[in-house]
Design a protein around this ligand. Structure first.
Ligand code: ZN
Length: 293
């Protein structure tokens, strides 16, 4: 039998900004391009028409970076693609080459797997993700700029040369110019009193890896360099959700690197004690320090 004894100790909520440092292109799904239109428009909110970063794109990129990192740590015979290998699931989209991703097939494996535990797995039995990545919308400053008529996307003309015929195929790619900022929110749910630290550290490490990689398309051509700026972090315990406790602000560093470097000072003993105390009391508030008077 699978151990489905799910628990809930609280949530750690990260908020801040994603700053675009080089043109960002996250494409919207459009199959047919209009004549003279943009071949590759960026994804926009259907109501406001403002560009945004879909949570699924951000989460997908973070997941793929952690998958590669974990694959690297595996023994040689388990690395790579194939049914018995780390990248074990083939995804075929349209006429493109198949993409191999990693998915744990059962709940027990997923619980032991740093990737599936954090980002979830849709294997034979579902393991729900412990991390939630919200859509990232423009900050008020940039929304205001848009409302006063400033263009928040630019059209880049690119010329791809066919390597065999040398025929040029000019195309227009829409992108978000450098400087634009989006608000992000990433929420981690603490379901296990022991492995939350490793999960949070993995989450922060993938954010750091993303800063040295790229978000969206055309990354090898310079697009998609982004930077995370933390503005707020808080812990909401199980008791908080039942009106018996206040949320606890966590003093986080502004950038991801300093946050990782000072991980144990930031996600300190105090937090560990609270989580342990919830665990010992089976979620009740006996002996659990109650801040609300
Ligand atoms: Zn897995």
């Amino acid at each position: 039998m699978e151990d489905r004894n799910r628990k809930f100790y609280g949530k750690i909520i990260f908020k801040g900004k994603i700053k675009v440092n080089t043109g960002l292109h996250i494409g919207s799904q459009r199959d047919v391009s209009e004549i003279g239109g943009i071949d590759n428009p960026v994804v926009k909110d259907p109501i406001t028409q403002l560009p945004y970063i879909p949570g699924s794109s951000l989460k997908g990129k973070l997941r793929s970076l952690l998958e590669i990192a974990e694959n690297t740590k595996k023994p040689k015979e388990e690395q790579g693609i194939g049914d018995e290998k780390f990248f074990n699931r083939k995804i075929i989209r349209g006429s493109k080459e198949p993409i191999w991703i990693h998915v744990c097939e059962n709940y027990k494996d997923a619980k032991e797997c740093p990737v599936c535990r954090l980002f979830g797995s849709g294997g034979n039995s579902n393991f729900p993700a412990r991390v939630v990545v919200r859509d990232a919308h423009l900050t008020d400053y940039w929304k205001e700029k848009w409302e006063t008529g400033e263009e928040l996307t630019e059209i880049k003309h690119e010329n791809t040369l066919d390597r065999i015929t040398s025929a040029a195929s000019p195309r227009k790619i829409e992108r978000i110019p450098p400087g634009v900022e989006f608000n992000f929110e990433i929420i981690y749910t603490i379901e296990d009193e022991n492995d939350w630290k490793e999960d949070v550290k993995n989450l922060l490490s993938t954010m750091k890896m993303l800063e040295d990689s790229y978000l969206g398309g055309c990354g090898s051509r310079g697009y998609g360099k982004v930077e995370f700026i933390f503005e707020e972090c808080k812990f909401r315990s199980l008791n908080y959700y039942f009106g018996k406790d206040y949320e606890k602000p966590i003093e986080i560093k502004e950038n991801v690197e300093n946050t990782i470097n000072e991980f144990y000072n930031i996600f300190n003993k105090e937090l560990e004690e609270i989580i342990k105390s919830i665990s010992q009391n089976n979620g009740g508030d006996n002996g659990y320090k109650n801040n609300k008077t």
